[in-house]
Design a protein around this ligand. Structure first.
Ligand code: C5P
Length: 294
């Protein structure tokens, strides 16, 4: 039996723009994505001589063949024709679910990276990212990680400069927002908000934390604010607490603020945590480690 472990980092949208609905039902997007230091720890065992299993240390993730990790392993093994007599995946989940932080996609990407390592790298990393688009629109980004411009349905990626030093304060209210439902809702919006992606790209290339914070924006945010007033309240708490900028990530419901100052960030986190237990302070992650064999 062989055992591997890998971190699956959460994703934040520095910007998210919805350009158009496509004939295939997906939407063309333009997004600036970043990895942050909130992660799920995954363990993968191969050749267990037992039926496949995907389990969660906390028992909270949807398990079985519907789980994106299972789908990722199944696709990898079918595609490569490798034989594996039993496979066990254990997730130690820290990334909140239904948050717009790509937790499930990042777990799937970690499974692909570990399998690729286990079988002697049949795919290069860009090939693995290409292949992974069939599992979910955010999976290719999660395979590569770091700061990326994502286009198409999210699978066309261009690497951007690493983020400068900054603190992210993440806060997820209790409710979750359904991704397909929010995409559907934006199709009926009379006027869709478009963040200034070009300005964000300039800010990232200059490594200017203040400008990055000033350019945060998400096309879904006005819809989420209308439905859930607490979204505005949390964003306002972050700004009043010293955030240089604050926005929603993905289709929510996680909100995040960008802070320059650690002390202000920690104080604001303490305040939000009293009401919202899913509150975290993390730094950007610019490079992904390779999965390890135990
Ligand atoms: O690709 P994924 O399975 O993660 O997408 C989930 C759902 O989100 C899709 O079925 C679609 O409704 C919506 N979606 C979209 N446009 C995208 C990505 C996702 O409409 N670019």
């Amino acid at each position: 039996m062989r055992t591997f472990t890998d971190r699956a980092y959460a994703k934040l949208n520095l910007t998210l723009d919805v350009l158009r609905r496509r004939p295939d039902g997906y939407h063309d997007m333009k997004m600036v994505m970043a990895s942050c230091g909130l992660f799920d720890q995954l363990t993968l065992q191969l050749e267990t001589a037992q039926p496949w299993s995907v389990s969660c240390a906390s028992g909270a993730a949807p398990l079985g063949a519907d789980n994106l990790c299972w789908k990722a392993a199944d696709r990898f093994l079918r595609e490569t024709d490798y034989r594996c007599d039993g496979l066990k995946i254990v997730l130690d989940k820290k990334i909140p679910m239904g948050a717009g932080t790509a937790g499930g996609s990042s777990d799937a990407a970690a499974v692909l990276r570990m399998l690729n390592r286990a079988y002697g790298a049949p795919f290069t990393t860009p090939e693995l990212a290409d292949f992974s688009a069939a599992i979910g629109s955010d999976v290719p980004y999660c395979v590569l990680g770091g700061t990326q411009l994502a286009e198409g349905r999210g699978e066309q990626l261009s690497r951007l400069s690493p983020l400068p030093e900054m603190q992210f304060l993440l806060c997820k209210p209790r409710f979750s927002i359904s991704t397909p439902e929010l995409f559907h809702a934006i199709d009926t919006e009379a006027a869709v908000y478009h963040p200034d992606t070009a300005a964000m790209l300039r800010a990232v290339s200059h490594g200017d934390a203040e400008q990055i914070a000033a350019c945060l924006g998400n096309a879904f945010e006005p819809l989420a604010k209308r439905r859930f007033p607490v979204v505005s309240r949390i964003l306002e708490t972050m700004r009043l607490g010293g955030a240089m900028g604050a926005a929603m990530t993905g289709t929510g419901s996680c909100l995040f603020g960008v802070f320059a100052e650690q002390a202000a960030c920690a104080r604001c986190a303490e305040l939000l945590k009293q009401e919202f237990p899913d509150t975290y302070v993390v730094a950007p992650i610019n490079t992904m480690e390779e999965p390890a064999e135990l």
